[in-house]
Design a protein around this ligand. Structure first.
Ligand SMILES: Cc1cc2nc3c(=O)[nH]c(=O)nc-3n(C[C@H](O)[C@H](O)[C@H](O)COP(=O)(O)O)c2cc1C
Length: 327
């Protein structure tokens, strides 16, 4: 069993990667039921949290069934990061995660997210301040380094471990790569195997199927696998990976009935959390996933995307049960 301090994470945890406008509470709960061992909130701006912005406060909410859960914060100002971590800790998550990996220009250009990767002393100083400011474990999610010439993740991992982080998730790309090229897990496994590293190291990047997960586990040993894009609208990937790791075969693909029912539940739960326009809009990112592998879904998806009201979307989803779609 792997532990984060005294929090049991599972033998080989599967982690739902933090994703903005994706990993809200309704989606996290569904992923949990499908086998995700650890989930994270969407990233939350430390500046906004410490300034009391309501939208950011809403992102702190989660339910007990989601545990173990990490609240992820980002920023570049030590005071704001410390304050945000303390506010986040009051929501009683299992851990606080610091985002040192986001490559989006508006974040990284301000030295937040992966923007910190060219100032490691500052990254270490802020991380240390956050660790010392809260009484719960702190983890970090980052990338291999700034660019191809500066893949210094092993040094980063050692320094962050020294200041007290309890786990590290590594996305196998550099900041310069953004999302281009293939994720390289070689250095992730090397970090994990470094004799002085004793905290859990989680691998992330390009796991798209149960087969990929098995392959990564075999070729690049880590303490767990974090999955992002492949979960969008397809929470069943956790079930499939679990089955693959346990029995060597992936679980059966979900039947149409189950896809419709989980998708409708997701939509309904989103409506309870957000206003209708936002709930309907954000759900659009999930439809390709929910109806993945279903032949002839494309034209139906186009219709689905044109609907703007909850009732219309819900009725449409329900009507899919009547249509004979081949999985
Ligand atoms: C839509 C989207 C939103 C994301 N938001 C976040 C975020 O809030 N925090 C974070 O650490 N990473 C974020 N990421 C990065 C993912 O957590 C993950 O590291 C990346 O997608 C690589 O993993 P994958 O190949 O399994 O998708 C986001 C990625 C996507 C596609």
């Amino acid at each position: 069993m792997l532990y984060l301090d005294n929090i049991a994470l599972g033998d080989f945890p599967l982690l739902l990667a933090p994703m903005e406008e994706i990993t809200d509470a309704p989606f996290r709960q569904i992923c949990k039921e499908m086998g995700a061992d650890v989930v994270y909130t969407e990233f939350i701006s430390s500046e906004a949290l410490s300034r009391d912005v309501e939208k950011s406060f809403k992102k702190l909410r989660f339910s007990e069934s989601e545990r173990p859960l990490g609240i992820q914060i980002f920023g570049n100002n030590e005071t704001a990061m410390v304050r945000a971590a303390q506010i986040a800790a009051e929501a009683m998550p299992d851990f606080i995660d610091i985002n040192w990996g986001c490559p989006i220009r508006k974040i990284a250009s301000k030295g937040s997210g992966s923007g910190i990767l060219n100032d490691i002393p500052k990254m270490v100083a802020i991380t240390s301040a956050v660790v010392n400011a809260v009484g719960i474990p702190v983890s970090v999610k980052t990338r291999l380094g700034w660019d191809e010439q500066n893949k210094n993740i092993i040094d980063i991992a050692l320094r962050l471990q020294d200041v007290g982080i309890k786990a590290l998730a590594i996305h196998g790309r550099t900041r310069a790569q953004m999302y281009k090229g293939a994720a390289d897990w070689t250095l992730i496994a090397e970090t994990r195997n470094h004799p002085s590293i004793h905290i859990p190291i989680f691998g992330n990047g390009d796991v798209k199927s149960a087969e990929d997960a098995l392959e990564m586990k075999r070729l690049f040993p880590t303490d767990g696998i974090m999955i992002g894009r492949a979960t969008i609208g397809y929470p069943w990937i956790f079930r499939e990976i679990k089955s693959m790791l346990l029995n060597g075969i992936p679980a059966e693909k979900p039947r149409m009935e189950e896809r419709i029912s989980i998708c409708r539940r997701h939509l309904k739960a989103s409506l309870e959390l957000k206003d209708e326009k936002r709930a309907v809009f954000e759900m659009r990112k999930h439809y390709s996933g929910y109806f993945k592998h279903i032949a002839d879904f494309k034209p139906l998806r186009i219709q689905l995307l044109s609907l703007t009201e909850f009732n219309a979307v819900d009725d449409f989803l329900l009507s899919l049960a009547e249509i004979q779609l081949e999985a």
